[in-house]
Design a protein around this ligand. Structure first.
Ligand code: PEP
Ligand code: CO
Length: 456
């Protein structure tokens, strides 16, 4: 039986509500054709993978696992090539190894990839030298060049996005299942350019110690521990473009439920989380594990409304709140949020996104984030959750496997001047490979310190 909450729901019922952040297409028939086309194509993921992820997230919610969710702010079609995808997978695997070692818990790996192609924008249009054009909303919608043809939303890009998402996940799956992600072989994940000696040594130490632990268990048990060493990997993206999400939404008779099969774990961005909006209507009906980005503007009643609307059955692993308050505001905002959810009597998985509340613009006009603020927000998040008897079950990071200079700070001490050297993001600044690995090490180190403090 379908639950009463979703009895009136269908994949297009969001269309009766106001939908924020949607592009305006000049030719609605062409949009309809693209959506119909994607609806006939096979799904990118299947429901039992989605259910497996939900169970893993339920473990993280109980405190028995930890979520590492990361990737680009926006994927671009041009980056759908093997080298970029492999590098992103490598850094996520390296980080997860460091976290596994430090946290002593299974790590649930979820990429912001294979579909992270649509972006919310603060303005619908952009004006340059007196010319006004639609804003760039991600490769799923239009192109960044400032010309009328590039900026006009093109429904065919939905198909191109679907195809690239499928190509990306197909490649990632083949790598992961082919043994690339085997913990016996972390040398496969070497990115080559960790030059900073302390980072490199610490990482090699962790690799060595995990290798020793595997040798030890396999030595005494006389068999290879494949179950624990073959890691798995899931995909996620912001479920922003509702026509695209609708196109891959299927009723699965075997499960007797609806799923969004364009990704394992879609999330609702902060700008589209209004309780009366189309995004909440869409997300309440799908059975995937879902995330919601939470900022300081979300008050107690709103949070409670999200909990009861999106997870009326209090199903473990269903709802993740990804808080992104910023280093300055987290101490005031997070305790209230934890308390508000507690009052509902329900539980969520709490995850910290230390990126989006810490974006600033340099005097030269470049969008950046300081490593120290990212680290500070994370430290505070762990501490506040622990002090309140809650559990921070994951992190959500914007990163790339490339050697970019988009965020300042970190062990190499990147400055505002360095930003010009290798700034490639067309949207938010990402941690580069070294900064991402360093952040994972800091999380692991802090967790070891906290464990030692509890024991003493
Ligand atoms: C993002 O994750 O890139 C984003 C736009 O975040 P938020 O919705 O939290 O602002
Ligand atoms: Co972003």
């Amino acid at each position: 039986m379908r639950s009463p909450e979703t009895a009136s729901w269908h994949a297009a019922s969001w269309q009766t509500r106001p939908a924020q952040q949607q592009p305006t297409y000049g030719d609605p028939a062409a949009l309809e054709r693209a959506v119909a086309h994607i609806s006939r194509l096979p799904p990118i993921v299947v429901s039992w993978e989605v259910e497996a992820l939900r169970e893993r997230l339920a473990k993280a919610q109980r405190g028995d696992a930890f979520l590492l969710q990361g990737g680009d702010c926006a994927e671009v079609f041009a980056d759908c090539e093997s080298d970029t995808i492999t590098k992103k997978l490598k850094i996520l695997l390296q980080m997860s190894l460091v976290l596994l070692h430090g946290l002593k818990k299974p790590i649930v790996r979820v990429g912001r990839m294979a579909g992270q192609y649509a972006k919310p924008r603060s303005l619908d249009t952009e004006t340059r030298n007196g010319v006004t054009l639609p804003s760039y909303r991600g490769d799923l919608v239009n192109r960044p060049e400032f010309t009328l043809s590039a900026r006009t939303p093109d429904p065919d890009l939905l198909l191109r996005g679907y195809e690239r998402a499928a190509l990306t996940l197909n490649f990632v799956r083949a790598l992961v299942e082919g043994g690339f992600a085997d913990l016996h072989h972390p040398e496969y994940w070497d990115l080559g350019f960790v030059q900073h000696a302390p980072l490199k040594e610490a990482y090699q130490g962790i690799v060595g110690s995990i290798g020793d632990a595997l040798d030890f268990f396999e030595g005494i048990s006389g068999r290879q521990i494949h179950e624990a060493t073959l890691v798995d990997f899931y995909a996620s993206h912001e479920g922003l473009h509702l026509h695209y999400e609708q196109a891959q939404t299927r009723f699965i008779p075997r499960q007797n439920r609806w799923y969004n099969l364009s990704t394992h774990m879609p999330w609702i961005g902060m700008r589209t989380a209004g309780l009366d909006g189309a995004h909440i209507e869409y997300f309440r009906g799908i059975s995937n594990p879902i995330g919601v980005k939470i900022g300081s503007a979300v008050d107690a009643a709103w949070l409670q409304g999200l909990v009861t609307t999106l997870n009326p059955q209090n199903q473990p692993g269903r709802l993740t709140f990804i808080h992104r308050f910023g280093a300055k505001d987290i101490a005031a905002a997070l305790p209230k949020a934890i308390e508000a959810v507690r009052q509902t009597g329900q539980t969520v998985l709490w995850v910290c996104d230390p990126m989006h509340g810490n974006t600033e613009t340099t005097t030269g006009g470049i969008k950046t984030r300081r490593f120290e603020n990212i680290q500070k927000e994370l430290d505070l998040a762990f501490r506040i959750h622990a002090d309140m008897g809650s559990y921070l079950g994951g992190v959500h990071i914007e990163l790339t496997g490339e050697d970019v200079t988009e965020c300042t700070g970190g062990a190499r001490g990147l400055t505002d001047q360095d930003l010009q050297r290798a700034y490639r993001s067309s949207v938010d600044p990402r941690l580069n490979h070294e900064q991402a690995l360093e952040l994972a090490m800091l999380i692991a180190e802090r967790s070891q310190t906290r464990r030692a403090e509890r024991r003493s």
